[in-house]
Design a protein around this ligand. Structure first.
Ligand code: ADP
Length: 468
């Protein structure tokens, strides 16, 4: 028990870890992909943004020239230049003749260097693979399509990101990481829960199986299980318990029945012999004959039992082949001709050729037992009719007689071992009540069914249905 429990726990951990691993791998993959993609897109965006900013600056500056006066609005240019510088754009503005109008580096060398060092430092730290540098882009400044000067804008290329841009990317990564962690946590919990749900019925089923092995056939697993495969497992175990229980019952009943059947004739013989030994009875050939007959009955019973055992063993290995039921019915009827003619019974046969896959010898025995019963339990001049029918899925043989019939109350039991109706007991015509048990056993082994219909004094009708 301990070993099983230990193994189950291992299974549980395994399942939990597997689920967690899968979820982790998925989340990690999604995070990496999302991260790379977002970074890529963001960098592309930054690059475009940078170019359009530079172009904007140039356009803005081109408005700061008064062509009438031939003067630049230095104050405004200074404002634009300083704002641009803080953002990482170093401006140098020149007029048409190439004279410097405004130069950020000249103007505030210190801030300029500071800004450039900041950007280089930041980018080299955060994007060491980029190997970027400050590049200079020159723009012509125009008014009414006339060149009025030019501007050189220096900025870090291929692109650069500000502190807040990096901050944005970092928080995005943090969110992805947190989601991953949360998913991992959830998957561990879900995995644990799922594993518990699966392993609990397995452990319980195993315990039930042990109990069944120890002989507790009455035990049944009754909880409802929602997992189909586990439900199958539980059903299988329940089925084993039920059939073992049934077997056990049959075994016990067989023992009681055999004991009971043997006791009656044995008691008779014993008491007769005792009476003769003690001199209470005179020893006469008739009395010896009667003892002899009782002993004959006992050995008849024993050979019936042997036959039943044999049939049940042989049913395990049926020699199936194509059998024509109509032909078989004719053969069996012919075999019983002497017996039926002794009682002047009319035996008729009707129906069509019907082929089934079955063990011919076993089927012969089925029909022989049924016909022999019909002959036994039908008074002289009676009628027996055998019909063979072919349906799509099965072959059917009906054996009907107009004999003494079977009382309604006995009908459910006649296929049981040793069961005989009172009538047949009284007439002492029958055997031990095993014939129909043999019939049922063979038919069932073929996957077929047998039914009996009758009413007291109405004759009997047995229907055997065999799958094709
Ligand atoms: P038995 O050896 O006594 O014939 P079976 O198992 O063949 O045992 O039959 C069981 C009992 O069913 C018989 O004892 C008899 O009471 C009843 N029975 C079977 N077949 C018929 C029949 N054709 N007509 C009337 N009773 C029948």
């Amino acid at each position: 028990m301990m070993r099983t429990f230990h193994r189950m726990r291992k299974f549980r951990t395994q399942l939990t870890l597997t689920i967690a691993l899968i979820v982790f791998a998925t989340v990690a993959l999604i995070s990496i992909l999302a991260n790379t993609f977002i970074n890529m897109e963001f960098e592309k965006y930054a690059q475009e943004q940078q170019q359009s900013r530079a172009a904007d600056i140039a356009a803005n500056l081109s408005h700061q020239y008064n062509s009438m006066a031939g003067e630049w609005n230095i104050e405004y240019i200074h404002g634009v230049g300083m704002t641009a510088m803080v953002d990482g754009y170093i401006i140098r503005l020149m007029d048409l003749r190439g004279n410097m109008v405004w130069d950020a580096e000249n103007h505030d060398m210190e801030t300029c260097t500071q800004v450039m060092m900041d950007i280089i430092g930041r980018m080299e730290k955060k994007r060491p693979d980029l190997s970027g540098s400050f590049v200079t882009q020159e723009y012509d400044l125009k008014q009414n399509s006339q060149k009025i000067g030019s501007v050189e804008i220096q900025y870090y290329g291929p692109f650069f990101l500000s502190e807040s841009d990096f901050h944005f990317l970092d928080s995005l990564n943090l969110v992805l990481f947190a989601v991953g962690l949360l998913a991992l946590l959830c998957s561990l919990l879900a995995g644990g829960f799922l594993a518990k749900r699966i392993s609990r019925p397995i452990i319980k089923t195993a315990q039930y199986a042990y109990q069944i092995a120890e002989g507790n056939y009455k035990i049944r697993f009754e909880d409802t299980i929602k997992t189909r495969e586990l439900d199958e497992l539980v059903k299988a175990v329940n089925h084993i318990a039920a059939s073992l229980d049934n077997q056990e019952l049959l075994r016990k009943r067989l023992t009681t029945d055999v004991a009971h059947e043997l006791r009656t004739p044995l008691t008779a013989v014993a008491s007769h012999l005792e009476a003769m030994i003690e001199g209470l009875w005179e020893i006469t050939p008739q009395r010896l004959q009667s003892c002899y007959e009782e002993i004959g009955r006992i050995s008849g019973l024993i050979s019936d039992l042997e036959q039943l055992a044999k049939v049940e063993n042989e049913n395990l290995r049926l020699k199936k082949a194509d059998v024509d039921l109509l032909e078989l019915v004719h053969t069996v009827a012919w075999n019983f001709e002497t017996e039926s003619s002794k009682k002047n019974l009319s035996v008729s046969i009707s129906g069509a050729e019907t082929h089934v896959t079955a063990d011919k010898d076993r089927l012969n025995q089925v029909l022989a037992n049924l016909l022999s019963n019909a002959i036994k339990y039908t008074p002289e001049n009676g009628e027996i009719h055998m019909t063979v029918k072919d349906t799509n899925q099965s072959g059917i043989v009906v054996i009907a007689d107009n004999g003494i019939g079977i009382p309604q109350k006995d009908l459910p039991f006649i296929f049981e071992r040793f069961y005989r109706t009172d009538k047949s007991r009284n007439r002492s015509t029958g055997g031990a009540g095993i014939g129909l048990a043999i019939v049922k056993s063979i038919v069932t082994a073929h996957g077929g069914t047998i039914t009996a219909e009758s009413g007291d004094g109405q004759g009997s009708r047995f229907t055997v249905t065999l799958p094709k």
